[in-house]
Design a protein around this ligand. Structure first.
Ligand code: NAD
Length: 315
């Protein structure tokens, strides 16, 4: 059978959608990218602008799309909707963005589609759950970008602090992509040495004080960036490229995507982030690891925070 190029549909041509496409193009992992937005002029402009870089990158077709493009897509990435204003939390966006996500899912469900669905719009965990209920697909095919970005922020800050290549720092933020997120120190390590033990060897800092400060900085990162320049898009763009690569290449990489929990960590019927094995069909396996008691308690509290947000849009 001839090799079929992988197709990505991006719904939402704003800062996040276009930063993602811009970062995806040089990877060559997608053969076709279709961009959809209610703002038709914006899509025309973004498609033209992005297409003018084609002579410099591996072959790819970029086009203005519509929902029929979802029928043969391998991955559908939703970045459409309102973004945080300075001082607003992600959870404040729920009413407006839940409506948008429902209308988008309604259009997607008219297509006979086998793609993996990736929610990015905030509040991402609650909206992943909304999409799951609307689309009624196999749960493993519906994921949110979750705390992939937050975990990257944690790795970056630890790499700066420890003076180690960020790619050699294995650290995870779990739970909500938002204020109730949990730094899972008990599953974080450098060179197989737990961070707690690594700090004992290194002895350059006060372990608990620095870890507390770094976790707080991760939690507040988006607020700082939004305060400085209005919105965040490069970090999430690269996080989405990482998620896309593992899906399109069936890499089975471990990522803290948001997915439906059915009893793992004692948590049921909510979408949030824990380490998952991700491949061509979405979540291949949820890693139900042992956490420190305080982390498990915080993770369950984070699940409750997301449930309370979902309560607001019931009915
Ligand atoms: P933006 O305002 O630049 O773009 C949003 C786009 O959505 C606009 O082009 C708008 O026309 C489009 N849109 C609105 N309703 C639509 C609909 N029904 N159908 C199709 N398109 C529609 O916003 P942005 O900065 O790109 O942010 C987008 C979302 O991503 C926000 O909710 C933001 O909070 C979220 N975000 C998530 C993360 C994460 O880690 N999950 C990180 C950054 C931003």
């Amino acid at each position: 059978m001839p090799y079929r190029q992988k197709k990505v549909v991006v719904i939402g041509a704003g800062s996040v959608g276009t930063a993602y496409i811009y970062a995806l193009l040089p990877t060559g992992v997608a053969g076709e990218i279709a961009l959809i937005d209610i703002d038709q002029n914006r899509v025309e402009g973004e498609v033209l602008d992005l297409s003018h870089g084609l002579p410099f990158i591996p072959p790819v077709k970029i086009k203005k799309g519509d929902y029929s493009d979802c029928a043969d897509a391998d991955i559908i990435v939703v970045t459409a909707g309102a973004k945080q204003q300075p001082g607003q939390s992600r959870l404040d966006l729920i009413q407006k963005n839940a409506q948008i996500v429902r209308s988008i899912c309604h259009e997607i469900s008219k297509q006979d589609c086998s793609a993996v669905f990736v929610m990015v719009t905030n509040p991402v965990d609650a909206l992943t759950y909304v999409a799951l209920k609307e689309l009624k697909w196999n749960h493993q095919r519906i994921i949110g970008s979750g705390t992939v970005l937050d975990s990257a922020r944690l790795k970056y800050l630890l790499s700066q602090h420890c003076k180690i290549d960020a790619r050699n720092v294995h650290a995870y933020i779990l739970g909500e992509h938002g204020d109730s997120e949990v730094a899972a120190w008990s599953m974080s390590h450098i060179a197989g040495v737990s961070l707690r033990d690594y700090c004992k060897i290194c002895r350059a800092c006060d372990y608990s004080e620095h870890h507390r400060r770094i976790a707080e900085e991760v939690r507040n990162s988006a607020y700082h960036i939004i305060g400085y320049k209005g919105s965040t898009y490069y970090g999430i763009g690269l996080s989405l490229v990482r998620i896309t690569e593992t899906i399109l290449r069936n890499e089975h990489s471990i990522l803290t995507v948001s997915s439906f929990l059915d009893g793992q960590y004692g948590i049921k019927d909510v979408c949030l982030s824990v380490p998952c094995v991700v491949g061509d069909t979405g979540v291949k396996m949820t890693i139900d690891a042992e956490l420190a008691a305080d982390e498990l308690h915080a993770l369950r509290a984070s699940a409750q925070t997301i449930r309370e947000v979902l309560e607001k849009i019931k009915g």
